[in-house]
Write a protein that binds this ligand. Structure first.
Ligand code: SF4
Length: 689
């Protein structure tokens, strides 16, 4: 690539190269270089100057130009003409759409603004096109707040109770580890740049152990794979602690100086001999002992946790139990030791300045949990719940495809008396249920600024091309709507570059961001080498007084699933729904080249379970429980362990057979900590269709 010549842009004959950031819900937060020719993005590549990206993108985002200039992009505002869900619309002007939306929201707000609910998540991880102007708008309106729990809140809160925040070791440290536990993560598919560091450590002699119910591509490439049953991670972690205690593989100095509650945790761990955990986890006790010996005697040892483990009832406790391990062995002392789930609390984001919660002006507003949107859309008004939901504004999310228990979600979105506005790139399952679909810009068409949960660099995204069609950045939609609804506050005049500058204020050098596209945060090589955990006690809290005060167990423990394996003879198989490798949640399902690789929705099933049901690879199967049924293609495979099936997600319903996807089967029950959904806590049966 040629040298960057002016504020992040390089001119090469008729081509321009523009620096950006991957917007997707992925820990890697890659730095992008987009090549633009005659106003068209022709290539999106990894920035070779950004150390973590190192010039490499995943297969999905390498197709970002194809996605941006996709023939199915929504190019004008659309107004519904068919029934909800039919996806029949007519084009209208922005003025017509905005006037009508403002009038309808104003009428609802005059009765009770809490009847209006925003619904958004990480369709972009950007701070500006995420919740900046949107937050200002909904706070000014007095709309319901949204509890954004659908992915990470169980693990995030568990980390906060244990370590004091979404904090961990620097990802770069994994290259120096001698033992790496990859726990609940298919890193090759969903954390590619971490995987390169793990490979480097492996070449230097490190041992890699994968803990995952599924034999993923990552598990295949590790030295050992422990295929535990879904929802049993805490039992395994407690048994590891048991072995550490009885063999005295402990760092007593670190425990004494930097932890809280060791004696109580020790007693809890002593209740978990390897044989007990082996029975719960469905693995050999010898494998647990071997892993404990490795973990207790190898320095430095590092754990890469991902969000897979927190998608069951006891998910918060599971993350807490695993997060206690590094302090027990003093792994935090080393740059190559410790644990990483997320480092996002390291980013000094000025959320209040961006989202302006002060605009609520003291009005009490209720909070809707996004993970129970199916039930909540169907709830009548009540003193407990507040007003019936009358309007939804959806942006950066596709809840009809991704929220649990689809039958309830679809029923809610199909309400003819619900006014739904969807900001989107494409006619997704959710957009099909909208009264208005409004064309939104993609990452190549707008400004944004990004934290990361997998590394510790701030990234800036500059627009590479003009908005496609009549699309607008989310910010501009909320700006225009705010004016139409009479919100005269000056904060609605801030442009997007101003919002980018506001995000970090003086904490990050904006000129450097403009020039380079990224700025590393100053994070010590071994951040907890001398303790300093930002918990109330300043220690790693094995025992959490804050949890105990809520009436919860102050120590980590194993909580059986809501739907434990083997508990229901009618539905004897435990199902998890990890992402298909070429999709990212429900994004990219409509990118033809990626969907062609995936082929069709799949259920992986172990040969024994398949044989017992007369199922062969390629056959269409019906996967069902009391919540619904889902049809897909069977793949008889040892990627699945006996008793567990994998419904790979997340297909758009309308692109799958019979207009359903795997969330037809998942439930709206929640986790122990963090009020999060339990996608991997789901019993089913499978039969030939
Ligand atoms: S999805 Fe992840 S790996 Fe792929 S480009 Fe984006 S940040 Fe990088």
């Amino acid at each position: 690539m040629d040298a960057v010549t002016h504020r992040g842009q390089t001119q090469v004959s008729r081509e321009t190269q523009v620096l950006g950031a991957c917007p997707h819900d992925c820990p890697d937060t890659c730095a992008l270089v987009t090549t633009v020719r005659d106003g068209v993005a022709v290539k999106v590549q990894g920035n070779p100057r950004h150390p973590m990206t190192d010039g490499v993108l995943c297969a999905k985002v390498s197709r970002y130009a194809e996605r941006t200039h996709h023939p199915d992009r929504v190019l004008t505002p659309l107004r519904r003409v068919g029934r909800k869900g039919e996806g029949r619309f007519e084009p209208v002007s922005w003025d017509e759409a905005l006037d009508d939306i403002a009038a309808r929201l104003s009428a609802i707000a005059a009765r009770d603004p809490q009847a209006i609910v925003p619904y958004s998540y990480a369709g972009t991880m950007g701070l500006v096109q995420g919740e900046a102007m949107a937050g200002r708008f909904f706070h000014r309106l007095g709309a319901s707040l949204l509890d954004r729990t659908i992915c990470a809140s169980a693990g995030a809160e568990a980390l906060t109770y244990t370590l004091g925040g979404k904090l961990g070791m620097r990802v770069e440290g994994f290259a120096q580890a001698r033992l790496i536990l990859i726990w609940g993560s298919n890193s090759i598919g969903s954390n590619l740049h971490f995987w390169r560091l793990a490979q480097q450590a492996k070449r230097d002699g490190a041992r890699l152990v994968c803990i995952d119910p599924r034999r993923t591509e990552t598990a295949e490439k590790c030295h050992e794979h422990l295929a535990i049953l879904p929802g049993t991670d805490a039992a395994l972690a407690l048994a590891l602690m048991h072995e550490l205690v009885v063999n005295d593989w402990l760092d007593h100095d670190y425990i004494g100086r930097h932890t809280l509650g060791f004696d109580a945790l020790r007693e809890r761990a002593l209740q978990w001999p390897a044989e007990r955990a082996a029975q719960v986890c469905g693995i050999d006790a010898a494998a647990i002992r071997r892993l404990a010996r490795d973990y207790g005697t190898t320095r430095p040892a590092a754990i890469r946790v991902n969000y897979g483990m927190q998608r069951t009832r006891g998910g918060g406790n599971a993350v807490r139990a695993v997060a206690c391990l590094p302090a027990l062995v003093g792994a935090w002392r080393y740059p190559g030791g410790g644990l990483l789930l997320s480092n996002s609390s390291r980013f000094p984001v000025r959320r209040d300045a961006l989202q302006r919660p002060d605009l609520l002006a003291g009005r009490p507003v209720r909070t809707i949990n996004m993970s129970t949107i199916g039930d909540d859309l169907l709830r009548p008004a009540s003193p407990d719940f507040g007003p019936r939901i009358e309007a939804l504004v959806v942006y950066n999310s596709n809840p009809v495809a991704v929220a649990p228990q689809s039958s309830r979600v679809v029923q809610g979105f199909a309400r003819e008396d619900l006014f739904t506005v969807v900001l989107e790139h494409f006619l997704t399952d959710t957009a099909d249920h909208a009264d208005y679909v409004l064309p939104a810009t993609t990452q190549l068409e707008h400004w944004d600024i990004h934290p990361s949960y997998g590394h510790t660099d701030v990234l800036l995204n500059r627009p590479a091309i003009a908005p496609v069609g009549e699309s607008l950045p989310n910010t501009e939609f909320f700006r225009r709507l705010a004016r139409r609804m009479g919100f005269a506050d000056a904060c609605f005049d801030d442009d997007d570059e101003t919002l980018c500058r506001t995000a970090y204020g003086d904490a990050v050098d904006f000129d450097r961001l403009l020039a380079d596209g990224f700025v590393p945060l100053p994070v010590p090589e071994a951040p907890f080498a001398a303790g300093g955990f930002p918990t109330p006690s300043g220690r790693c809290e094995f025992f959490s007084e804050r949890l105990a005060r809520q009436g919860l167990d102050g120590l980590p423990d194993w909580l059986p699933n809501h739907e434990p394996a083997g508990s229901d003879p009618r539905h004897p198989l435990a199902m998890i729904s990890p992402p298909a490798r070429n999709f990212l949640n429900s994004t990219f399902v409509n990118v033809t080249s990626l969907r062609d690789i995936e082929g069709t929705p799949l259920l992986e099933i172990h040969p024994q379970d398949a044989a017992a049901r007369g199922i062969v690879t390629g056959q269409t199967v019906r996967v069902f429980n009391d919540r619904g049924a889902y049809h897909c293609r069977a793949e008889v495979s040892e990627r699945a362990r006996p008793g567990v099936v994998h419904g790979l997600g997340i297909w758009w319903r309308k692109l799958g057979p019979r207009g359903t996807n795997v969330n037809e089967l998942t439930s709206q029950k929640l986790t122990d900590i963090g009020r999060a959904p339990v996608f991997y806590d789901c019993l089913v049966e499978v039969e030939a269709a």
